[in-house]
Design a binder for this molecule. Structure first.
Ligand code: MN
Length: 503
């Protein structure tokens, strides 16, 4: 896409570009774990949700959770990806105190979901144009989460909480199709919107239910295009992986820091080591965690406790037929059904609750007016006040009522902003506010004519001047509106003024 943003780092030896690929871990919205019946409830006491399977007691056998398999397939369908009817679980071997099995059950060679593609929407700051671009999905596989080591409860000991141990994760791996920090954040936002719409993951990043690992490398202009032509990763430079980021802001800050770090190393004549790094949000820096292991280091092999996962075509077709409306579909529908622009439809469909709120407000009303009031006024207010839609002081019914007052000329759009502020302040229903404060628009022509005449009589010089400069009529409109306390119907004012001034 030609209008896609460029991100160039000016080094001492010339310009550099960045290449980004993401691995997102999304916790399946399941009440039970992937291979045991233990609960996944958040906020439980440490080690409360640990079955004998999760604790890896000898002789315990994993049993696949059908619901989790369904959610992985549904997610794959939502990513426009190929569903592999035959997949397999493998053991990824490594030692960690919070992994009692000594291996993670994951999918290596044969993931449940193969290649897909999603459309990502970017809204740059500073008024640069919004754009969309495709990101290829390499795969989605199912795997278990590990437990948690707690290092800060005791100065001399580490505690282990196995509640997360065995919780189902979907790891979604993108191709290196992302080229700016903002695009990386936009990609995660779009993934989140798809997952939440499907209900396969709650998308709660603060709880760590959606977290991103970002692979960052830097290359010279032109190198990325060579990679796309040949498929040879050698053109892209050595990558570092920044693990486990759970905020859009951190993702962007980490990439910006990491790319500069790599440029400095290379320009100083050094070599970037392939490694796994952590982002420290307080310092705004990444630091080395471990040298990056290759797949063969994990000694993957098929888990002998689990049969290959074989799905029937009819099972997948049934899930496909029951998919809910996804963000891109909703956006297209909003454009055609409500006559909204691509951008406005995108703003209103980025979040399912906000989209539903808009549809309630727009129902039976002027959709463009509703879109304006919902996205500009209400969402603008909620963003400034840092409130969720659920905390909105104005309900969809109340906002709809306000729009009805505008459409039926009871109040002007300008007075409506005043009424809206009073609704936010908790003064109640819009019609009550209008009546209580006497805000009804004056549409009575006689009353407006009287005000117009007063203004004309009081300003003979302007009246003389307006014949040569018809544009100065705006000044009269302002005077009349002011004299009416903003309540005069603007169209009536214009009409009457035009007639009286002989324009
Ligand atoms: Mn993983």
């Amino acid at each position: 896409m030609s209008d896609r943003a460029q991100y160039v780092i000016q080094g001492e030896t010339g310009p550099w570009e960045i290449v980004l690929g993401l691995e997102v871990h999304a916790q399946v919205a399941s009440e039970a774990k992937l291979f045991s019946g233990a609960s996944t409830r958040f906020g439980a006491e440490p080690n409360e949700n640990v079955s004998l399977v999760d604790a890896a007691m000898p002789g315990m056998l994993p049993v696949i959770n059908r619901f989790c398999v369904e959610q992985a397939v549904r997610t794959g369908l939502g990513l426009n990806a190929e569903i592999n009817l035959s997949s397999r679980f493998d053991r990824k071997n490594y030692f960690y105190p919070d992994l009692p099995q000594g291996y993670q059950i994951s999918q290596f060679e044969h993931p449940i979901v193969g290649e897909g593609v999603i459309e990502v929407d970017v809204e740059p700051a500073h008024g640069d144009p919004a754009y969309s671009f495709p990101v290829r999905i390499e795969r989605l596989h199912l795997e278990q989460d590990a437990g948690k080591s707690i290092h800060d409860m005791d100065p001399t000991a580490t505690y282990v909480d196995l509640n997360r141990c065995g919780v189902a994760l979907m790891e979604i791996v993108s191709r290196p199709d992302i080229r700016t920090p903002l695009e990386a954040a936009a990609y995660v936002k779009k993934l989140k919107a798809i997952l939440v719409a499907l209900g396969t993951c709650d998308g709660d990043m603060e709880k760590g239910n959606l977290r991103a690992d970002v692979n960052v490398s830097v290359c010279r202009p032109g190198a990325y295009e060579k990679y796309r032509e040949t498929g040879d990763f050698g053109h892209l430079g050595t990558r570092c992986e920044i693990k486990n980021m759970n905020s859009f802001r951190f993702i962007q800050a980490a990439i910006e820091y990491e790319a500069r770090r790599q440029v400095e190393i290379i320009e100083d004549g050094g070599v970037v080591d392939q490694e796994t790094r952590l982002f420290d949000p307080d310092k705004g820096q990444t630091r080395s965690m471990r040298s990056k292991e290759d797949a063969h280091d994990y000694r993957y092999f098929p888990d002998p406790d689990l049969l290959p996962l074989v799905l029937e075509e009819a099972f997948v077709d049934g899930l496909r037929a029951a998919l809910p409306e996804l963000p891109d579909q909703k956006r297209s529908r909003f454009k055609s059904q409500y006559g909204l622009s691509h951008y406005d439809a995108g703003v209103l469909t980025a979040d399912a609750e906000r989209a539903a709120f808009f549809e309630q407000v727009a129902s039976g009303r002027d959709a463009k007016l509703a879109a304006n009031w919902v996205s500009q006024e209400l969402f603008g207010y909620l963003n400034r006040a840092e409130l969720d839609l659920a905390q909105s002081p104005v309900s969809s019914t109340q906002l709809g009522g306000l729009i009805d007052l505008i459409s039926s000329d009871v109040i002007s759009g300008k007075i409506a902003k005043d009424v809206f502020q009073r609704m936010i302040d908790g003064e109640g229903e819009p019609i009550d506010i209008v009546e209580k404060h006497g805000l009804k628009q004056v549409t009575d022509t006689a009353a407006i004519e009287a005000i117009v005449q007063q203004v004309i009589d009081a300003n003979p010089e302007q009246v003389a001047a307006v014949k040569d400069k018809p544009k100065t009529m705006g000044w009269f409109v302002g005077q009349v509106m002011k004299a009416s306390g903003g309540k005069a119907n603007p169209q009536a004012v214009n009409q009457i003024l035009r007639a009286r001034l002989g324009l």
